[in-house]
Write a protein that binds this ligand. Structure first.
Ligand SMILES: Cc1cc2nc3c(=O)[nH]c(=O)nc-3n(C[C@H](O)[C@H](O)[C@H](O)COP(=O)(O)OP(=O)(O)OC[C@H]3O[C@@H](n4cnc5c(N)ncnc54)[C@H](O)[C@@H]3O)c2cc1C
Length: 323
């Protein structure tokens, strides 16, 4: 068995399909299968299997000039959670329209966004990110060609919402990668955001790929434990690892059955995507402890994430009470 420390890092949202591949492969710990052109096939596989949750981890902001289907977009935004919608008026020209931020999951699903909205936004997305893939498996719709003249993708959300503005907090999304124990991961997934987590159903820790051993997380305050307490802790992890390996290697049970003997100290990886407003709420609860003292292991990764957050989101764009 091996012990490691918990950690938090940011996964920048750059190429949509590559981003989603990294997120999706975390579940199976199959990152070794990533190649220069594997992302497209991977994402198509997710869509085919309707595994839309992974597609929630990439977000796109559209700026839509006033047009006769803006009401359709508004209706779509009002009737779906996690769609951000804000109307704007250009200060100089007086032009009106709306910003709408959606995840790729919304973008791919005609059943929730309606044929017109889905087609227009999806075509705009493909043309922006993958112009060489237009027509490749995705139907080009004649209406979409006409309507998309009203739409553009906002690449730089920060620049677009330059002035201190509340809507930046809603439209800007960030993806964090956490390495933590299963106890902390239970707390993370209570937040109503988007998640992907290393799967104890599919990962077989008896495989050579995992070095035939199980990784556990060092409790953040282990140094302050009494030696006997540390011995008891280590001994229980050893026993759990032996039992897991025996269930798989001797009794030919599957990882999803053998996992029942694994403790909360098991190392896991969690990818969490949310907008800035949700992240600031998360830091209030899990780093600053506004509702009560957070678990020290939760606080450790939340503090790390908060420091990273402050390093990438300028002070004037954060909410006024975020420090
Ligand atoms: C110190 C601490 C101790 C805790 N102890 C326990 C415990 O003993 N037992 C337990 O079960 N949980 C416990 N929790 C978890 C806690 O109850 C929340 O589930 C978790 O913190 C997520 O918070 P949230 O719902 O505010 O945030 P999010 O899920 O991130 O939601 C963000 C905000 O969206 C809004 N929202 C989302 N969904 C809805 C909805 N359906 N209706 C209305 N508004 C909504 C709310 O304003 C919410 O604050 C604890 C959390 C902390 C920090």
């Amino acid at each position: 068995m091996k012990l490691t420390n918990s950690a938090a890092s940011i996964i920048p949202q750059k190429d949509p399909f590559k981003h989603i591949e990294v997120v999706g492969r975390t579940c199976y710990k199959s990152e070794d299968k990533i190649t220069e052109d594997s992302a497209y096939k991977f994402v198509k596989g997710l869509i085919k299997r309707k595994h839309f949750a992974m597609l929630e981890h990439f977000n796109v902001t559209f700026k839509i000039n006033l047009c006769n289907w803006l009401d359709d977009v508004k209706q779509f935004a009002l009737s779906n959670r996690y769609v951000e919608f804000d109307e704007y008026t250009e200060p100089t020209s007086g032009m009106t329209g709306a910003y709408v931020t959606v995840s790729l999951s919304h973008l791919i699903r005609e059943d929730i966004s309606g044929r017109l909205v889905q087609n227009v936004l999806w075509n705009c997305f493909i043309e922006h990110y993958y112009p060489n893939r237009i027509g490749d498996c995705w139907v080009e719709d004649e209406d979409a060609q006409i309507f998309k003249t009203y739409v553009q993708i906002v690449d730089d959300v920060e620049k677009e919402f330059m002035n201190p503005s509340n809507i930046y907090l809603d439209h800007k999304f960030l993806t964090f990668h956490f390495i933590c124990d299963r106890g902390v991961s239970h707390e993370l997934v209570r937040h109503r955001c988007s998640f992907a987590q290393e799967s104890t159903r599919y990962c077989n820790y008896s495989d050579d790929k995992f070095g035939g051993e199980i990784v556990f997380i060092n409790p953040s305050n282990l140094a302050s434990w009494e030696p006997e307490a540390i011995y008891t802790f280590m001994d229980s992890l050893n026993t759990a690892e032996k039992a897991y390996m025996k269930l798989i290697n001797v009794y030919h049970m599957t990882p999803q059955q053998a996992r029942a003997v694994l403790p909360n100290a098991l190392k896991t990886e969690v990818i969490m995507t949310a907008n800035l407003r949700q992240w600031e709420h998360f830091f209030d609860l899990r780093s600053k402890g506004t509702t009560g003292a957070p678990h020290p292991d939760m606080k450790k990764v939340a503090d790390e994430a908060y420091e990273l957050y402050k390093s990438v989101i300028p002070n004037y764009l954060r909410s006024p009470v975020s420090d």
